[in-house]
Design a binder for this molecule. Sequence first.
Ligand code: 0X9
Ligand code: ZN
Length: 417
Amino acid sequence: MRLLGSIVLLLVVGSALAYKTYSGYQVLKTAPLTPNVMPYINKMSRIYDFWGTPVVGRPATVMVSPEEASVVNAAFNRLRISHEIMIEDLAPIVEKDFAEQERLMRAIPRQPRVAVYDRYMTYDEINAHVHETIAANPSVASLVDLGLSTEGRELHGIKLSNGAAGQPTVWFDCAIHAREWIAPPVCLRIIDEVLADPALRDLADWYVLPVANPDGYSFSTTDSRFWRKTRRPNPGSTCVGTDPNRNFDFLWDSAGAYCDETFPGSSAFSEPECAGIGNFIAANADSLVLYVALHSYGSLILYPFGHTIEPVPNADDLFAAGQKSADVIASVSGTVYSVENSAAGLYFTFGASDDYAYGIGAAGYAYTYELPGGGLAGFNPPPSRIQGVVDETWPGLKTLVEYTIANPTFPILPTKK
Ligand code: 0X9
Ligand code: ZN
């Protein structure tokens, strides 16, 4: 009996410790960033884990391990960036979130072909949902097969179409950054809506990839809640993974170390997840009107480029369409998005997916949506918030599609007639 007790105890403790506890990890919050500190924030953001996107005029938040805390504090002090501890210890937050997720998994079982919006779904559930949805709607839905992830998970999305030839194409991917859990439900809502409304399918062929980084997403649900990157091992390093949003083959920049949060990979498109999306974009360049990557957090609608503040030739069109979408979201729920050129307001980036879609001349309209943050730690809106975010974002995305189809524009390297 005593042995049985010990085994039970071991199992309980074992499962409680199956994930990274983040014990002693802190989150620091700065005063609103001024333009003169941005170059330094830029450099720091390559190495340290800035949450949400650092934007001029807004406070930045950065997660630090116990080892990193004094270095980052000292750097902020040297730069005279005033800051405070926003979260003293992440461990109880992570523990509570995982416990809540486990409880909800038991309480809310998934039904076939029904997306769940009152808890976060696992990758396996989402992938099953994608396949069931396609099987049940063969006349309008078909499989988008982008291959396999590094760990062998299917990179499977859905195409929704009225079957007519020559339709414009619109693309949405979600959770290329693993921890940005609020994105996949938005992708699933797009699928629900377009399936239900033939008029939307007359507008365009819709392509939706609900989990663009399934290895990372799965890892963040089971092991390490704040995992961002892919899960490909790096040779000779204990630091795993590449930042997939620095791995696209447009102005890819090799600078970066394996352990950096924004490590760009060993070469452009070294990550199969990115190569899969990139191949799709290149192959559909003639019909692609709109590319959207859904991320979190920050309530931002970002448009190219990320590497220069020099406006792209059709910046006015990109801004106008983004602002239309933001206006609709604000009118639905009051959530205020700000529409920004990626580089002007934020840090500089190379090899991001939106810049690839725009920069190779495929999509005249290309965006990153940073969905709203939530929860104590930004990336963890409580499950009860999912429905609200989905309800406000969908009308904004629908408007974006309607507007961009009605108002043709072209990227810098027009390949279209
Ligand atoms: O840094 C990123 O990859 C995105 N922010 S996040 O907090 N989700 O990591 C922003 C990417 C915006 N697009 C470009 N800079 N091109
Ligand atoms: Zn992201």
